[in-house]
Design a protein around this ligand. Structure first.
Ligand SMILES: [Zn+2]
Ligand SMILES: [Zn+2]
Length: 553
């Protein structure tokens, strides 16, 4: 008798934030779900994007039938271009998802050869012996899907990113009926979105956001600046509708904002009231109280339009006393500092800030605890595997699964690279697939901000020391010898000796760290920075800018 088994291999997104990608294999067929990227943290200088290593797929290239993308967020489609460049496989996704994906495929010169196939909810597809059904899901971006995958071993459900908003803006409600019907037939395993597994209750409906932003429109007599993700089509629709109701014009800034509005309205996902759109150059002539500036850069990205507005550096718009700034996006963990910095600068110009702290200017696109339990109850899976999240979110999700009565031995906490083997009556992790991260340097700075230039001038006076440390993420060991580069802070001839000594200091300090500390690059960054600061102050009496670069390999 042959061993009938199905393999599920997360290539990214389990135990880390972003970079979602999963391979599902049955015998000689492999289907990939999502190909996402991760935006690097501030400490990865010079790296623009991080994508998963897909060696596993290249090693099995003849078996890979397709990649299905669940929705148009970058953490699900951002690596598509890089995947297709090496593995030209057919891509399946909904119209809006592929509409958004096309831009990046074009930039990377793979759009021409790409085989794009449009799917919609409840459609079915067959890839060899793998049968796929598309499930409609509500999420912060329109046209999101989950998928049910059936092989002779059984049916598994991958939720994609989802929430159970009962009154979403576009009436696309998560497909309760199909999901519970599949649950009734028997679900072997559920792979469910863990992003908000630590958040109690239900995620509020998008309609709450409209109600709160409407209040701000009522009270503001000046211009309104709204920052949201360029992909938040529902949110953009709310702003367009309110602008129409209050006799204002919408002036989009930021390239991706303009592009996405064009794509979404062309495809019929965005309804632009006639006469509402205006160009940012009209800001100088339109009355202040008739303007809504719609901007990207909600994460405080240094080169984005919102940052230029906050620093008073925008050529068409000057932020003034009485303006309202609405931050209508979640702050991605790690960006709190840059966003708070922006808020300070807006306040300096007399603008009033409306953010999540006191207003519902944003609701999450992800299910909270009660919704996650609902998903578990509707599908009643034999095995449960939390996906999408760092270890703590995956762990919290396993506790919810216990609460709804799934026996602990049927809950599997897998991480990126684990090969999960499913059989009709068993599930276990058996082996590791080659996984890792690839750092992409897109190259060529689109526009060099004056602030950046000023920073550089400052550095040329004080000097800078760059410390590059490579850490093996799997074993927690420091790889090779840390590299130190110094510019402009001590005399050339002394530099080599100081750097050699400093290197010894770092090696010693890293040896002091526990394995857990070494796996956390933020901790390492701080260790390297403090040690070097202390060393240079003592030995040379200088205070160079220390830039630790921790590479996880
Ligand atoms: Zn998403
Ligand atoms: Zn996501």
């Amino acid at each position: 008798m042959t061993d009938d088994r199905m393999e599920v291999i997360p290539l990214g997104g389990l135990g880390e934030f972003g970079m979602d990608m999963m391979a599902i294999r049955y015998r000689e067929d492999i289907v990939v779900v999502d190909a996402g990227l991760m935006f690097p943290r501030d400490d990865l200088l010079g790296v623009d994007l991080v994508i998963p290593e897909f060696t596993y797929l290249l090693d099995n290239k003849d078996l890979v039938r397709a990649v299905i993308v669940t929705h148009g967020h970058e953490d699900h489609i951002g690596a598509l271009a890089y995947l297709l460049r090496e593995l030209p496989i057919p891509v399946y996704g909904t119209r809006l998802t592929l509409g958004f994906a096309k831009g990046r495929l074009e930039e990377n010169g793979v759009l021409e050869q790409a085989q794009l196939h449009y799917v919609e909810a409840r459609q079915t597809l067959d890839f060899g012996e793998i049968h796929v059904e598309i499930l409609g899901m509500t999420h912060s971006i329109a046209d999101s899907i989950g998928i049910a995958i059936t092989t002779p071993v059984g049916t598994i459900i991958h939720t994609g990113d989802f929430k159970f908003d009962s009154s979403p803006l576009n009436r696309n409600v998560t497909d309760y009926a199909r999901i519970s019907a599949l649950g009734e037939q028997g679900v072997l395993a559920l792979f469910s979105d863990s992003t908000n597994s630590e958040r109690p209750g239900f995620t509020p409906s998008e309609t709450y956001v409209r109600r709160h932003i409407e209040q701000i429109f009522y009270s503001c007599r000046n211009k309104i600046i709204v920052a949201c993700f360029a992909s938040s089509i529902h949110r953009i629709q709310i702003i367009l509708d309110l602008a129409k109701d209050f006799g204002r014009r919408v002036l989009p800034v930021g390239r991706s904002m303009k592009e996405n509005i064009a794509i979404a309205s062309d495809l019929g996902y965005l309804n632009i009231p006639p006469g509402v759109m205006a160009d940012i150059s009209d800001a100088k002539t339109l009355p202040e109280e008739a303007q809504v500036i719609l901007s990207t850069g909600s994460q405080g990205e240094p080169l984005a339009a919102l940052t230029r507005l906050a620093f008073g550096k925008h050529k068409d718009v000057a932020v003034q006393e009485g303006d309202a700034v609405i931050l209508s996006a979640r702050v991605i963990p790690g960006n709190e500092g840059s966003v708070s910095r922006l808020v300070n600068h807006f306040c300096r110009r007399g603008a009033r800030i409306y953010d999540e702290s006191q207003w519902t200017t944003h609701v999450s696109g992800h299910a909270s605890q009660e919704e996650l339990k609902l998903m578990l109850n509707l599908t009643r899976p034999r095995y449960f595997i939390p996906v999408h999240g760092e270890y703590r979110q995956l762990y919290a999700h396993t506790l919810l699964a216990r609460e709804v009565g799934i026996p602990p031995e049927r809950i599997i906490l897998a991480e990126t690279g684990d090969v999960l083997v499913l059989r009709p009556d068993s599930a276990c992790i058996d082996g590791k697939a080659p996984v890792g991260r690839r750092f992409i340097d897109v190259g060529g700075v689109a526009e060099l901000d004056e602030l950046v230039v000023k920073d550089r001038r400052h550095l040329s006076e004080e000097g800078v020391v760059l410390a590059v440390v490579a850490v093996n993420k799997a074993t927690g060991t420091v790889e090779g010898v840390p590299e130190l580069v110094s510019r402009g802070h001590v005399q050339e001839e002394d530099s080599a000796a100081f750097l050699a000594e400093a290197r010894e200091i770092i090696i010693a300090a890293l040896e002091e760290c526990t394995r857990e500390e070494r796996e956390d690059s933020l901790v390492l960054t701080e260790v390297v920075r403090t040690e070097l600061k202390r060393y240079f102050r003592k030995r040379t009496g200088t205070r160079p800018m220390i830039v630790p670069v921790i590479y996880e390999i």
